[in-house]
Design a protein around this ligand. Structure first.
Ligand code: HEC
Length: 136
């Protein structure tokens, strides 16, 4: 009798929660540490083309402001990670580790009105693919 009650209760909770879970979107998170690491990588490897203010580069497109945001709004963080790893820096593509790419992107996102928190940006592609960029 008690077993059946638990069963019914579990089923009830599941039905109640499933639609909410289905719609839930993972939030973008990254830590201050990732931003700092990313800033160092940026200065060494990206700044020469994208500029010290991320939007004043002579040889690279702006990585902050409306140009960048419009390009990426609604796309997944996974796509941005993949794109950056495959194409940047152009003379040495696929040279950055997944940790370095997520760090440098944490830095770039922090300059596009997203805030660091206590939760790190993951390097798991499956999860990154479920996280959508904002700025619609
Ligand atoms: C030799 C110059 C050069 C260097 C160095 C360079 N980039 Fe780029 N980057 C470009 C150019 C040119 C584009 C535009 C063409 C493209 O998207 O492939 C670009 C585009 C991008 C984009 C896509 C922007 C958009 O809105 O579509 C990202 C993200 C990016 N770079 C990140 C980086 C990062 C991170 C680094 C350092 C690890 C870096 N780049 C180093 C020249 C450079």
């Amino acid at each position: 009798m008690l077993n059946r009650l638990y069963y019914v209760l579990t089923l009830f909770c599941w039905l109640l929660l499933t639609p909410t879970l289905g719609n839930a979107q993972e939030a973008i998170t990254f830590t201050e540490g990732q931003v700092n690491d990313g800033q160092n990588i940026y200065r060494e490897t990206c700044q020469i083309c994208h500029g010290n203010r991320l939007s004043n580069g002579q040889f690279g497109t702006p990585l902050r402001g409306s140009f960048f945001r419009k390009n990426w709004a609604g796309k997944s963080l996974g796509e941005l990670v993949q794109h950056t790893w495959e194409k940047m820096p152009p003379d040495n593509v696929k040279s950055l580790s997944w940790e370095q790419v997520t760090a440098v992107l944490s830095f770039i996102l922090s300059r596009n009105e997203l805030s660091a928190s206590s939760a790190a940006m993951t390097t798991e592609m499956d999860t990154l693919n479920t996280i959508l960029l904002p700025w619609k």
